[in-house]
Design a protein around this ligand. Structure first.
Ligand code: G6P
Length: 362
């Protein structure tokens, strides 16, 4: 069954491996044989009618929300804000006239997110929960639910729920964009693009041993590490560093590459590992410039790039995919980096100290 570890040493590794299957399942569940999206029309109407979408989430789901924002804004032309539940609940920003709330929660049980939903319900704002757990609290209490269909996620560090959330948000964005007749959406063949993603994910997962070796060289003993990128590569950097810190206990941070020079670059020492994510054509040269800057201050650079933007010296090169969906594949090597760093440092991959899979207290 889905929750058997089988021959895997850890659930996390199994769940990383599950991701191509999850992408194909999202295509099956949410598109028809013509490649058209299959999403409850009421949800589409609410989103179409809304003047601003508020994505509310915690942890990895929050990081998925940022990628979702980039996709939704492009497809639908509706502005999207992404908020941490624990901040939004007590410091609610001024809302637009017609807000639409999207709660992202793997478990559907996160108390911080629920307290925002309770407030949204008091104002009768329309709401949707994306969750992996049918019948969960956030699913029951929101107006609508879209299931992630990722299968049970057991490891505390979330992997396949992150990619499933992005994929389902992309389907939703496509459904709304098509409904609005937006050309960028009509031109986006989501079923095809997600199938390409599944295949490229497999390619990346097959490079496990390469990643394991790189990690041994870069992360076996370091105290800290940084991920940098711009745009969606920055959003991936935030999730990549969260993954690394939560299980390997390396102090890891994700930074907007252009911000480095405004402070963070002070942290770079001889040998500090810096991972650059380079998948966005319009910012690739800038991020490479930032990588040069840290390298000249002693950083040990490690570049994850898209084939069409790659340099021979890059450590991980990803076959090209649709530009809006690159996070679904660039995240894979970073999940493996976190996994192998944790193994090599001798910690329990699936059960990091101080963390719980689902946090039901505020
Ligand atoms: C906990 C988990 C994280 C997760 C976060 C949000 O802190 O350890 O991995 O991202 O909760 O969980 P949710 O179920 O709401 O996505």
């Amino acid at each position: 069954s889905d929750i058997e570890k089988g021959t895997y040493p850890y659930y996390m590794l199994k769940e990383i491996d599950d991701q191509p299957t999850v992408m194909r399942r999202v295509v099956q569940e949410y598109t028809d044989s013509f490649g058209e999206t299959v999403i409850n029309q009421e949800i589409i109407d609410h989103v179409t009618d809304s003047d601003r979408i508020y994505i509310i989430a915690c942890g990895t789901s929050y990081n998925a929300g940022w990628v979702g924002k980039a996709i939704i804004e492009k497809m639908t032309n509706t502005p999207v804000e992404v908020h941490l539940s624990s901040e939004f609940g007590y410091n609610m920003p001024l809302l637009s006239e017609k807000p639409f709330f999207i709660f992202l929660s793997q478990s559907g049980e996160t108390a911080d997110s629920r307290q925002v939903l309770v407030q949204a319900n008091e104002f009768s704002y329309p709401s949707l929960t994306l969750t992996n757990v049918a019948g969960s609290t956030l699913s029951r209490e929101a107006d609508y639910t879209l299931l992630l269909h990722a299968g049970p996620e057991i490891a505390v560090a979330s992997t396949k729920a992150y990619t499933a959330q992005i994929a389902v948000l992309a389907v939703l964005a496509k459904a709304v964009g098509d409904h609005k007749g937006n050309q960028s959406s009509l031109d986006f063949d989501i079923a095809h693009e997600l199938s390409v993603i599944a295949a490229v994910m497999e390619t990346m997962i097959d490079e496990k041993m390469v990643i394991s070796q790189l990690v041994e060289d870069y992360l076996a003993t370091t105290r800290n590490a940084f991920y940098i990128g711009r745009g969606v590569d920055y959003y991936v950097s935030m999730e990549a560093s969260l993954k690394l810190k939560e299980i390997s206990y390396i102090q890891a941070e994700g930074f907007a590459a252009g911000e480095l020079k405004h402070g963070t670059i002070a942290l770079i020492e001889e040998g500090t590992p810096v991972f650059g994510v380079v998948t966005d054509k319009k910012t690739a040269a800038h991020t490479r410039g930032n990588l040069k800057e840290v390298e000249s201050r002693g950083a040990h650079n490690f570049v994850i790039s898209l084939q069409s933007l790659a340099k021979e010296t890059d450590q991980v090169i990803i076959p090209d995919v649709h530009p809006l969906l690159t996070p679904l594949v660039s995240i894979i090597p970073t999940q493996l980096i976190a996994y192998f760093a944790t193994l090599q440092r001798g910690y329990d991959v699936d059960k990091p100290r101080n963390l719980a899979k689902s946090v039901t207290v505020e």
